[in-house]
Design a protein. Sequence first.
Length: 334
Amino acid sequence: MSLSTSTIITMSSHHWLLAWMGLELNTLSILPMIIKSHHPRAAEAATKYFLVQAMAAALILFAGIMNAWQMGHWSITNTSAPTTNVLITLAVALKLGMAPMHMWYPEVMQGVNMNTALILSTWQKIAPLTLLYLMNHLPTNILVAVGLASALFGGWLGLNQTQTRKIMALSSIAHMGWLIIALNFNPNITTLTLLTYIAMTTTMFLLLNMTTTKTLSDLAATWSYAPMLTVMTMVVLMSLGGLPPLTGFAPKWLILGQLANMKLLTIGAAMAAASLPSLFFYIRMTYITTLLAPPNTTNTQHNWRFKLHTTQAPPITAAAATLLLPLTPLMLIF
């Protein structure tokens, strides 16, 4: 309740002090969920998350005070001081775990369980992004640089990972890069990108949680006890990579088209090239899931007796994550 309330407070606020209060309540609400397992890695993740989020919130409060001192008001929508805009943009990038301030995010994701990692990857992105939506004078150059760096680092650092939670964390960093690039030019495309990212990430985490898949070697053994979930995982991974005719192709297609229409071909080419490393490790996960299936290992024989607790959520979210490409014009309008 506190987590949802704090996000709603930040989304509905027009005063910097109220927005800062919502962000602080949001941080304090997620900490018990991170540390619930009482594991040393969970305590480390909670400590890192608290320090980073507190630092970013303090920077936002400092920028809000500076804006009130220079401009005489606390309104979020009328923040026009250049220094304030730069500080708030960097603070939001730190909160979102975007490059070059991203190294804390994969480590925190590795120290929590799948359900908490899902919340950190989806719900916790909404409140900081709302501040960027509300601001009218965003520093375009900084947003483009942060977006390009996030797309590049998210792909490069995911190439040598074997932990699924770290791979999903780096995937989140890369997707946030595309989202921030879109925020410069078209808020409607940004909203569509965010909704598509949430649908795909939610589906992937639900599938990984249902099959208790924590490493790539676990992913190779899921075929023996969950063949349909294995096929669903393969399709969702391809959608995360942005391959047509799946849903994940829509935001990249629209963003590249918008960049081309605005004659920003260099940025568009750089973003397209930055998506290739991400696509590589998604294809590697797909290969491990569907083709690398050793039939005689001890783990595989044991997993035949694994009991799945299926729910109705993955088929519903998988449909949203894979089949919505024909509805792209309708989603963009509304």
